[in-house]
Design a protein around this ligand. Structure first.
Ligand SMILES: Nc1nc2c(ncn2[C@@H]2O[C@H](COP(=O)(O)OP(=O)(O)O)[C@@H](O)[C@H]2O)c(=O)[nH]1
Ligand SMILES: [Mg+2]
Length: 195
């Protein structure tokens, strides 16, 4: 069924190699690929979450490698309701570099809700949770989640939490996809992005 309820645009941010595309692929079709595909351009997918008995759709955008050239543009951030900042728990510098991404986000999407995600929890951690939490407090993030795209741990929980925070009683004016007349209903998509 085509989704007719609220949806929120979520952009993934963070240094090259922290696992943005791996998290994205878990949400898109629950796959994990060790090899880094050499794709460029921006990719998006949707994932549905139940919040207070309502279907809330997140449209998740992945940079697909263009962050390497620091060419993430205004267009990527445009109308983003949330920004998910990823770092790798096994690489402390990837958390420190997020300060630059926070600055960019303040410029391009100042009202976006911010969430911090520490990926690669299956590896030895260089960053402890307390450090991540104080980073999150400093920059007014709404939450911190530690997860592993490789082991498929914690991803659904993190994005479920984000959907709940975005769709909290204090409304953040979701964009609404208007209902289409029956004859124009979009065909069911073959790819399911949520569980
Ligand atoms: N051990 C481990 N490796 C991961 C995990 N997530 C991603 N990777 C690896 O980290 C590298 C970069 O991942 P990628 O998703 O391309 O990062 P991106 O540049 O931020 O999009 C790839 O070799 C992935 O296989 C994880 O949870 N655990
Ligand atoms: Mg990528």
């Amino acid at each position: 069924m085509a989704h007719r309820g609220p949806y929120y645009k979520v952009v993934l941010l963070g240094e090259l190699g922290v696992g943005k595309s791996s998290v994205f692929r878990r949400l898109r079709d629950d796959t994990f690929d060790e090899r880094q595909p050499a794709t460029t351009g921006i990719d998006s997918c949707t994932a549905l979450f139940k919040v207070d008995n309502e279907n809330v759709m997140l449209t998740i955008w992945d940079t697909a490698g263009v962050e390497r050239f620091r060419t993430l543009t205004r267009n990527y951030y445009r109308n983003a309701h949330a920004a998910v900042f990823l770092y790798s728990v096994s690489e402390a510098s990837s958390l420190h570099y997020l300060t630059q991404w926070v600055k960019d986000c303040e410029n391009f999407a100042p009202s976006a809700v911010r969430m911090l995600i520490g990926n690669k929890s299956d590896l030895d951690a260089e960053v402890d949770f307390a450090t991540a939490k104080s980073f999150a407090n400093l920059y007014e993030f709404v939450g911190v989640h530690i997860l592993s795209a490789k082991k498929n741990l914690g991803i659904q929980e993190a994005f479920q939490d984000l959907a709940a925070k975005l769709h909290a009683p204090l409304p953040r004016s979701p964009s609404i996809i208007p209902a289409l007349p029956q004859s124009q209903s979009a065909p069911e998509t073959s790819k399911k992005c949520c569980k």
